[in-house]
Ligand binder design. Sequence first.
Ligand SMILES: [Zn+2]
Length: 69
Amino acid sequence: MSKLNLSCREASRLISESRDRDLALGEKLTLRIHLGLCTACSRFTKQLDFLRDAMKRYPERDDGSERRP
Ligand SMILES: [Zn+2]
């Protein structure tokens, strides 16, 4: 039986993992259900998207000190 009751902790872990890897179908589904029910986690998703967007616009200066041709 698949677990439909995701805790917020598990949900936020899945949310951040979904940025790095493809979630399994079951994970996507449970996460989607959780986000539909939980305002805190859907807000977290939006924040994460916002941060990600901001990072893209202002990339870290990791090429400042060492520059290679
Ligand atoms: Zn939650």
